[in-house]
Ligand binder design. Sequence first.
Ligand SMILES: [Zn+2]
Length: 217
Amino acid sequence: MDIKIIEDLVCPLCQGKLKISDNLANNKDLIDSGNIICGQCNQKYDIIDGVPKFVVKNIMQDEETVDGWGQQWQILSPEINEYFYKNAYTRFEEYSLTSEFFQNKKVLGVGCGSGRWSKIAAERNPKLIFALDLSAAIFTAKKNLSDYKFIHFFLGDMAKTPFQTEYFDFINAVEVLQHTDEPLKTLKHLVSLLKKGGYLTFSLYNASADIIWKNKN
Ligand SMILES: [Zn+2]
């Protein structure tokens, strides 16, 4: 975890400011393990293998499902699956998500899995990408995308994120909302993280519409 991004994060429970625990504030730029503490509610969050874990017990989804997804991603996608990569790549072309579009953009990918979507976004060189997943797949994503220093990885719930409101220019939530307890509530939460004029893409399995593309106004 890059120590600089702590200033851009908030406590998912109370939106308070976060700090790295004192014993780690020793001028290291990258932190592999330790704690993040909320200055307001004192909630502690672990950093595991360089990934901050913003999961609080009472907001976790069914643990079996979460673990199941992590295992599935790790078994199926130790690397980014070629078929899924191509599929997502085609979407980007279809929606004209070019390097020009991503210039200077702050991007969030929720339910990022092993990171295929984040990889395609990263190849277009945005200002930064935050990639979030509620399963161990996040560690696979981190490994797969280690070349991109502007991608930051988070273990956490897309319905209760450690991000500031009106922070992102672009959020991708394709085929993930149905994994949350209250998809509509999650969607509203994600919209609150978008800047005015920002974009959100999302879709649901089995929905008649394909990807829904929204511009916040
Ligand atoms: Zn807090």
